[in-house]
Design a protein around this ligand. Structure first.
Ligand code: ADP
Length: 327
């Protein structure tokens, strides 16, 4: 029989994402509702290794559902990659009697949890908190919707100035390995092209399209590029376009870290709350070492050892939609 979980630790790890607070709140309040003791672990695995852990009450998570960032702080923890670091972390948990963990983070944090639960008998449940939406086994990740909406709001503003000056703007959004922010925000803002890591960028095609638009005196030209596009991001694309089409008035805008912050959208608060609640249920029901995702609007559980970066091909239909709607 699986052992009973009575004291749980919750942590946020890796890259921060809006909605992590709503998720922590859901874990804490669900845990307390079911009679568990809940402990906040500060700065991800660092807090586990350094024993920066405190008991949380219902009031500890008051007034945070609407706040970006994470009250628990986050970090990348080198020591946790080592067996010695993980041993320290385990000893600290045992001292407090913590016998279950909820890890809110990306695929890296899940790998850490998997390694840890292989070595020590502490069940872990992961929750996907990352703006990139790049984890296989879930349709959405906590933070993605907010990041996309932030990008859309910014690009709409850029469209105004692009229109006033008849300029071409190359806008770089986040996404080192995944183009979802670029694709979603590009379609939602009527960009004429979206360049993403999942697809080889054909610069000749980009130039041809711009020449065609120039002939037709198309006034607003926006190209959205993911930072991880293999061509080298917005600056590189702009350099080539300027050299090939000197009459184009080209500007670059790199949105950067604004995409990580801000108040989470209703959608992110909702999935964060549902996932946080579900994680505690998993620990109570003995559904250990999984991460909780959402597929077709239902909770979906994937073993942590199968949690991998989503490397799926983006459907050609999405690219076709960009082209048709911008023509
Ligand atoms: P994210 O969770 O956003 O993908 P990282 O990849 O930086 O972020 O991972 C966050 C932390 O998880 C790392 O700093 C490290 O402490 C831990 N971690 C990641 N991979 C492993 C691993 N293979 N073994 C142990 N710990 C890991």
């Amino acid at each position: 029989m699986k052992k009973k979980v009575t004291k749980i630790g919750v942590l946020t790890s890796g890259g921060d994402a809006p909605g992590m607070n709503a998720c922590v709140r859901a874990v804490v309040r669900t845990g307390i509702y079911y009679g568990l003791e809940v402990y906040g672990i500060v700065r991800g695995y660092t807090g586990m290794v350094e024993n920066d852990i405190y008991k949380m009450e219902s009031g500890s998570v008051a007034n945070i559902i609407q706040r970006g960032g994470t009250i628990l702080k986050t970090s990348r923890c080198k020591e946790f990659f080592t067996p010695e670091g993980r041993k320290k972390a385990y000893d600290n948990l045992i001292k407090l009697g913590i016998n279950g963990l909820v890890i809110i983070g990306g695929d890296g944090s899940f790998r850490g949890a998997q390694t840890f639960s292989n070595e020590y008998d502490i069940p872990c449940v992961g929750l996907p908190g990352t703006i990139d939406k790049d984890i296989a086994g879930t349709d959405f990740t906590i933070g993605f919707d907010t990041a996309v909406n932030t990008a859309v709001e910014a690009i709409d503003k850029i469209r105004d100035t692009a229109d006033a000056h008849d300029r071409l703007f190359i806008i770089e959004v986040m996404g080192r390995d995944a183009g979802y922010i670029a694709l979603h925000s590009g379609i939602a803002t009527g960009a004429q092209n979206v360049l993403i890591p999942e697809r080889k960028t054909d610069i000749e095609e980009v130039i041809k399209q711009l020449e065609e638009k120039e002939r037709r005196h198309k006034l607003v030209n926006l190209i959205v590029v993911a930072e991880g596009d293999e061509f080298g991001g917005a600056d590189e694309i702009a350099k080539i376009i300027k050299a090939r089409l000197p009459i184009q008035d080209v500007r670059v805008c790199i949105l950067g870290h604004i995409q990580r912050g801000g108040s989470p959208t209703c959608f992110d608060r909702l999935i964060a709350s549902r996932m946080g609640y579900s994680a505690v249920e998993c620990l109570m029901e003995g559904k250990f070492n999984v991460f909780v995702g959402m597929v077709n609007n239902r909770m979906h559980f994937t073993p942590l050892n199968e949690a991998v970066k989503k490397k799926q091909r983006i459907s050609e239909e999405w690219i076709k939609i960009v082209k048709i709607l911008a023509s």
